[in-house]
Design a protein around this ligand. Structure first.
Ligand code: 1CP
Length: 363
């Protein structure tokens, strides 16, 4: 892989993270051990997180570079995982662009004005181009600063940057808040196709700019969280959403970093998700990794997929499950161990640490 388009001091360009187990596995190369990290490894499951977050709202925390860096590093220190996941949120690029959104405690993203019409889309802030010094570019500076601070302390452990996929972002924007079935967005794509297309075009640019800012500032891989894509039929995904995901991922393709594409509940979408600009696929806990690998013709390194509920199981049950994940994951051309969705807030950090040790010993 060529990293010529990255800044000369980027940890992939200097070689500091180029042979890290995470990067090697995501490129389908041999790694010294099976790498492991966890979606939502930072956050409420860690007492040190609850402590530093006291008195600061979620979005404020994301935009305070030293705090975001500290929270990103906490699980790396505690667990010895093979990657940091940048502490931020999928709505941060929207917030810094000027969209009226907040994260309500215990709820999630809540928008001042749900997007339903072309006038609503037209009223969204202009996004500009990366590096053009425009409003979005400047507003992303706290994100770049947080990434730089984090990467300086991570050393040879790679940082994963991320963004919400265009559909998942649009699902929140159309509904105006979290929803169970994302019906408002799924209706809009068929009832007002031109509004949907304009909205997805906007969200894919926002996601692409957010990813690009993180990579140029030092992230060694990216993950696109298409968390709610599993609610879509294959037809809706392919016709209405995959193009936006592809545009977001292609915004960093010239930089040469691995591009992970994850969706929950999406065993039926693995093939089109791979075709949408990914170099690796995140698999939720419902589809065994050997089956997932066969479903995509063995063409992609895979990430996953310990069942988060298993973290509550007796040790022997959990260990047998982790070993089963390792065995099935070995069928893919590369395997990064992860949970099959986010860390439960009540997960026991000591149990999580034992999982990391087990993966490092046996993987
Ligand atoms: O008050 C709080 O502490 C807020 C809880 C919280 C946290 C810790 C939210 C609100 N976001 C985050 C951080 C976050 N969000 C990370 C950080 C890094 C890490 O993984 O350790 C990441 C990667 C995200 C991404 C994110 N935000 C996703 C995709 C991941 C997934 O779980 O599928 C989604 C869907 C969101 C929206 C969101 N933000 C917050 C919540 C509670 C939600 C979900 C709301 C819903 O159920 O729809």
């Amino acid at each position: 892989m060529s990293f010529d388009a990255l800044p000369a001091d980027h940890p992939l360009a200097t070689g500091v993270t180029a042979d890290a187990p995470l990067v090697a596995a995501l490129e389908g190369r041999a790694a010294t051990h099976r790498p492991v990290w966890f979606m939502r490894q930072a956050g409420r499951s860690l007492p040190e997180y609850l402590k530093v977050r006291e008195g600061t709202t979620m979005l404020e925390s994301c935009l305070k570079p030293d705090l975001a860096a500290e929270i990103t590093l906490q699980p790396v220190r505690r667990y010895g995982v093979d990657a940091g996941i940048f502490f931020s949120d999928i709505v941060v690029p929207l917030k810094v662009a000027g969209v009226g959104v907040d994260i309500a405690p215990g709820v999630g993203p809540v928008f001042d004005h749900p997007i339903r019409t072309m006038a609503d889309v037209d009223a969204l802030p202009a996004l500009g181009e990366p590096g053009d010094g425009g409003a979005m570019d400047e507003a992303l500076e706290p994100v770049r600063e947080a990434v730089r601070l984090t990467v300086a302390q991570l050393g040879s452990t790679p940082l994963i940057g991320f963004a919400g996929a265009p559909f998942t972002l649009a699902a929140y924007m159309v509904q105006g808040r979290p929803s169970r079935d994302h019906m408002a967005a799924r209706e809009l794509m068929w009832s007002a196709p031109e509004v949907w297309e304009a909205l997805v075009s906007w969200t894919s640019r926002a996601a692409g700019l957010f990813l690009r800012a993180q990579v140029l500032a030092g992230a060694s891989a990216v993950q696109l969280f298409d968390s709610w894509a599993g609610s879509l039929s294959e037809k809706a995904y392919v016709e209405k959403c995959a193009g936006g995901s592809r545009a977001a991922l292609m915004a960093v393709a010239d930089l040469g970093v691995p591009r992970i594409h994850f969706a929950a509940n999406a065993g039926h979408l693995l093939d089109p998700m791979g075709a949408a600009g990914a170099t690796a696929l995140g698999v939720d806990y419902r589809t065994p990794l050997d089956e997932a690998s066969r479903a995509v013709g063995g063409r992609f390194p895979l990430q996953g997929n310990i069942d988060p509920a298993m973290l509550a199981a007796p040790t022997a049950t959990l260990e047998a499950h982790v070993l089963d994940v390792l065995r099935r994951g070995a069928e893919a051309p590369g395997h990064v161990v992860n949970l099959g969705h986010g860390m439960p807030p009540h997960a026991d950090p000591d149990v999580v640490k034992r999982v990391v040790e087990l993966v490092h010993e046996r993987g």
